[in-house]
Design a protein around this ligand. Sequence first.
Ligand SMILES: Cc1ncc(COP(=O)(O)O)c(C=O)c1O
Length: 435
Amino acid sequence: MDSRRDRHENVSVERALRDYADRNPESRRRHLAARRVLPGGHTRTVLHHRPFPLTFVAAHGATLVDADGHEYVDVLGDYTAGLLGHGDGRVLAAVHEAMSTLSSVGGVHPHEVVLAELMCARFEIERVRFTNSGTEANLMAIATAQRATGRRTVLVFDGGYHGGVLSFAAGPSPSNVPHHFVVAPYNDLAATRASIAEHGDDLACVVVEPMLGSGGCIPATAEFLRGVFESTRKAGAVCIADEVMTSRHGRRGLADLLGVRPDLTTYGKYLGGGFSFGAFGGSADLMDQFDTARPSYLGHAGTFNNNVATMVAGQVVLGEAFTAGVAEAHTARGEEFRADVAAVLARHELPVSVSGLGSMMSLHARATAPVSAAEAAQRDPALQELMFLGLYERGIYTAPRGMMNLSLALTDDHLALSLDALDAILTDLSAVSRP
Ligand SMILES: Cc1ncc(COP(=O)(O)O)c(C=O)c1O
């Protein structure tokens, strides 16, 4: 980018940020007040963006309402956790009824078994255990593999995200747990095989997202995933698929769609129907290490692991709202929408692309859709920010980094509005970028 265009875009970004602040005085006031007690004014870093995040005060279906009274079509779907949309009556009724008779049980109760049965049947796993988050699910899956193999090395991928303490975007995070991690390049089978060969003797497990979610909605190729699992097993290590985001794809999740079978899988997000959720599961062989009938069982604690609200909400999700048939249809709907987004992008000469699979996708301010985290990082930050702010101004809520996750509550009209808004912002940006 030449410096003239650079200056030009900076002016546009500054103006867009100013307009945003002017449009949202009450959110700004609340943000400044929040900063006095919450560092940065938030308690989930990904929700922060310039100049300040909006405060949402109400939500229904696929609509979010902010503190200044603006309404937004929610195309972000809480980073995949909001699959059902806001205020699903079935979840609310079931949780209300269950919690009227059972809450903070401090003991075993029937709801956890029902959800476990639903999960085992749906995802074709033999055993499952519940946690409070996807992060914990991954920590426990790693512990399961380490204990089973007696090894300690964990192979992960560049751009992978498995939780706040298991983050490998732009290098390992200082908040990461102190495991011995080896980081391989995503979608690069030869380099990953070389890494597995190098660390094979001490390799406990490979943890892989079948599609990099936070890393830019970059699907693994089937060949990559198959090859990684094959080499991992050959090395005597455990294959862990992190499907915290991607279990929504197809009837059994993305690993299954890509034709591979993990030894352990981790789950989270939407499966809790809006409540905190995580789970890990797989073969009886690995999971029965937690069987307390064994003298040397592996312990797994967590006050809220079997909390009634989540256990009941999860039953509504898997048993009623997001059956295997609905999941397949939703994946197909996402494919159609991504094609529609690509068609809008093709009408403009700006370097913007879309990546993803099924109902998860991401806009990238770069000419071609990335196939690795390194490629995803090579984008035009000003254009990315202008797209985000422009969509916001037109009533469409996406992630600042471009992520969009379709919920079941989005109607065809909502999707059409989103496409129109994208077309409009790209038209405006094309006019601005012309010398
Ligand atoms: C692939 C993946 N794994 C794990 C996690 C962590 O889940 P949680 O935020 O529930 O701890 C996330 C969260 O975004 C994720 O995207």
